[in-house]
Design a protein around this ligand. Structure first.
Ligand SMILES: Cc1cc2nc3c(=O)[nH]c(=O)nc-3n(C[C@H](O)[C@H](O)[C@H](O)COP(=O)(O)OP(=O)(O)OC[C@H]3O[C@@H](n4cnc5c(N)ncnc54)[C@H](O)[C@@H]3O)c2cc1C
Length: 465
């Protein structure tokens, strides 16, 4: 039996795992990364952020080109060529993946290409029987498609985001189960490349984690683009009618309905990939959500075993996974990292218009009893967005009622994912609306729209202070 010993073993070499390994070895520690995936690089690069945003951007360009007459071009019939879009995506993704794989193999760590499971609090076993031992561990095994208790889901041939991102041709019609971030982003992509799309969502609004106003904007834009959005839907059951066809029986507005589709896109979310690690055997606790329970330094219930990224939650996004991985490694090194805190949480949805938020929004501020004032401004009354024909959406700023410190902000609009960063810096630096009002804002830009709510709040707060 081969036994190897390290200071720090990272199980899973995606965004969280790579960040942790890099951080730990910068201090001279002996690190092993174990990854059992068919390909190296993690979800973000292979089947998440990067391929989805590459294709979504292609679809946005196509959508804009189809609006040619509005901007003064001749009318041409344009359509998506999936083979070309996919080739572009593959080229881009393979470069990112080669780069990350190179980083994992450049000799800073020992890399093992195998699945690992714990055999004790200080040892893991690889598939070939090799035993790796260490004083400290990080679990960063990511997530997998969830299987919520929708009757019949386990008996039908559904598609996932992996299938949507690898489409070789455009399906005629698609039913999307779910109205979360991935569901909305890819539903609009599918519609813009030519599919007839119906979203079936259980809650009363899509993007339910975002403010109602944001959800309403996206719902309206989707409807305008020809996407059917049904909310408040209860799926009764799913049936595989024949090799290709799935019937969806559901209740909507108290009525029984049924739809048939050859492309059922299961976008009901992902769950932590923690099976087969023997976590129970070594006493690592899971939360009710199935995530590995951690403290703000990412320590699990077994204090020398850390967890980071999608398997730990609570927010399955890349910059959080990286921050958690770095924090875990610094803490394992005996340094004193800042504890994780999600009061500055940044969120972006890559629909068009995009949805973005930073910090604490009214629902949370009310829950915490924080006194605040809000101001907003619509894009349909803003110079740059009007000349860009990008009139959907709004910006809103929430500031402490007495001090004017910016606590949170929302943006729904063209490039909201870029625009929100100005306010993200303000929230992180605890800047006040008065300080932001003194900054230079170039005209005419989309960013300049922030000056309206900022100046309104600066006036209100100085006069009420
Ligand atoms: C379609 C889609 C779009 C997305 N878009 C965005 C976006 O725009 N922005 C954003 O911030 N986030 C986005 N996300 C989420 C983001 O991709 C994830 O939050 C992030 O990649 C998680 O990183 P991770 O390190 O936790 O896990 P992963 O990157 O999944 O890494 C886990 C690694 O662990 C390995 N592994 C698993 N089990 C074992 C085992 N037992 N032994 C050894 N190795 C193991 C796997 O092979 C894998 O390489 C998107 C996700 C999806 C699905």
């Amino acid at each position: 039996m081969i036994i190897k010993t390290f200071d720090f073993i990272v199980i899973g070499g995606g965004s969280a795992g790579y960040a942790a390994a890099r951080t730990f070895c910068e201090d001279g520690g002996k690190v092993a990364v174990v990854d059992g995936g068919d390909e190296l690089s993690g979800l973000c690069i292979l089947r998440g952020c990067m391929p989805s945003k590459t294709l979504i951007y292609s679809a946005e360009v196509l959508h804009l080109a189809k609006q040619g007459q509005v901007f003064g071009f001749e009318k041409r019939s344009l359509q998506a060529e999936m083979a070309v879009m996919q080739k572009r995506k593959r080229n881009i993704i393979s470069e990112f993946a080669d780069y990350r794989t190179g980083q994992l193999q450049d000799g800073r760590f020992s890399l093992f290409r195998a699945k690992a499971k714990f055999t004790g609090e200080n040892s893991v076993e690889l598939e070939d029987g090799t035993i790796l031992r260490a004083n400290k561990f990080l679990i960063s095994t990511g997530s997998k498609i969830s299987m919520p208790p929708v009757p019949g889901l386990d008996r039908v041939l559904f598609k996932t985001s992996d299938d949507v991102l690898d489409l070789s041709e455009v399906p005629e019609e698609v039913i999307v189960l779910g109205g979360g971030i991935v569901a909305c982003e890819l539903a609009q992509f599918l519609s813009r490349v030519g599919a007839r799309v119906t979203i079936l969502q259980r809650s009363n609004h899509i993007l339910k984690e975002f403010p109602q106003a944001a959800s309403t904007c996206i719902h309206e834009k989707f409807t305008e683009e020809g996407i059917t959005v049904k909310t408040g839907v209860s799926i009764e059951n799913l049936d595989q009618v024949d090799e290709q066809t799935i019937r969806v029986n559901y209740l909507h507005d108290g009525e029984k309905n049924s739809l048939e589709t050859k492309f059922l896109f299961h976008a009901l979310g992902r769950s932590p990939a923690v099976d087969n690690l023997n976590l129970e055997g070594i006493g690592v606790d899971l939360a009710e959500s199935g995530h590995i329970e951690t403290n703000p330094f990412q320590q699990t219930s077994v204090s020398h075993i850390y967890a980071a990224g999608d398997c730990a939650g609570p927010h399955e996004i890349v910059h959080v996974a990286i921050r958690q991985g770095e924090t875990a490694a610094m803490h394992a090194l005996g340094q004193k990292p800042e504890p994780l805190c999600y009061d500055h949480l940044l969120g972006v949805v890559f629909t068009d218009p995009q949805v973005a938020s930073i910090g604490l929004l009214p629902e949370e501020l009310d829950k915490r009893g924080i006194e605040y004032l809000s101001a907003d401004y619509p894009f349909d009354d803003h110079g740059k967005s009007i000349l860009m024909e990008a009139k959907h959406g709004y910006v809103a700023v929430h500031a402490d009622k007495t001090t004017g410190v910016v606590l949170g902000a929302e943006c729904v609009g063209k490039d909201a994912g870029e625009l929100i960063h100005t306010l993200s810096i303000a929230v992180s630096l605890k800047a006040t609306v008065h300080q932001l009002a003194k900054a230079d804002w170039y005209h005419p830009t989309l960013s300049e729209i922030w000056t309206y709510p900022i100046e309104d709040l600066a006036e209100l707060i100085s006069s009420s202070a």
